[in-house]
Design a protein around this ligand. Structure first.
Ligand code: SF4
Length: 235
């Protein structure tokens, strides 16, 4: 039994949603927002993996990694593409002032948690001049979290735990890079609740393995299946 962050998150949102997606094979149609975010992630990954750090090479990466799906029409796609170019131009300017060294891009970790394997992919890992590691997650939506929210963010904490247990690397800083908003928000990594998170991941994996998929209607209002799910309270 292998559990990724996405599977863990969805099981914790609603076990029935997990079942619809990963047992019954339901699909969520690609939206313009998701398509735009994925294109930016793919472009940044390709660019960071390549040697050249020019704006031109970043634009080339955007061109080759751009996904045209999910947009209602060509005009909407063209507007999104122009926005991506503006966002990446600003990102490139800020990147030039960074003093850190990138040591991992889309870095995968795997660690054993009892009978289960925990797997994940960290957008980026940087190392500062003092040797301290910074885990970076790119967000492409308009929102910007506070440093306190970054410190508590379950996804960042899941990755920090994975970096420690799967890569043998102790993160000092967690950073959410909100590339659309042009803001980077960092918080020191505080490891005191690691065991609690590890136990919760184990509990979720055990629930999935045992086929425990009870509906949790607290998430219905935000759920992609709210219109046709048998248990939805937000139809
Ligand atoms: S609509 Fe509600 S009960 Fe159904 S899968 Fe979504 S969150 Fe779960």
């Amino acid at each position: 039994m292998e559990i990724s962050f996405t599977r863990y998150r969805i099981y914790r949102e609603c076990p029935w949603k997990y079942r619809l997606l990963f047992v019954d094979g339901r699909r969520i149609p690609m939206t313009a927002k998701a398509s735009y975010g994925l294109s930016l992630h793919r472009a940044l990954e390709a660019w960071l993996r390549g040697g050249e750090r020019t704006l031109e090479s970043l634009f080339d990466a955007l061109k080759t990694q751009w996904l045209a799906t999910g947009y209602p029409d060509e005009d909407a796609e063209a507007r999104a593409y122009s926005k991506a170019e503006r966002v990446l131009t600003r990102f490139h300017g800020e990147e030039e002032s960074r003093r850190t060294r990138t040591v991992g891009v889309e870095k995968e970790f795997i660690w054993n948690s009892g009978a289960h394997q925990v797997r994940g992919m960290i957008d980026r890992i940087d190392q500062g001049p003092d040797g301290a590691y910074e885990l970076i997650d790119y967000k492409t939506g308009p929102g910007v979290p506070s440093p306190a929210e970054v410190a508590k963010d379950v996804q960042m904490r899941f990755y920090a735990l994975g970096a420690k247990r799967g890569l043998g690397l102790a993160p000092a800083t967690l950073t959410v890079d909100c590339i659309s908003a042009g803001e980077r928000v960092s918080a020191p990594y505080e490891s005191s609740s690691e065991e609690t998170l590890a136990a919760d991941i184990r509990a979720a994996a055990s629930g999935i393995e045992a086929g425990v998929f009870a509906a949790d209607t607290g998430y219905c209002a935000r759920c992609d299946f709210k219109k046709d799910c048998t248990y939805s309270v937000a139809k």
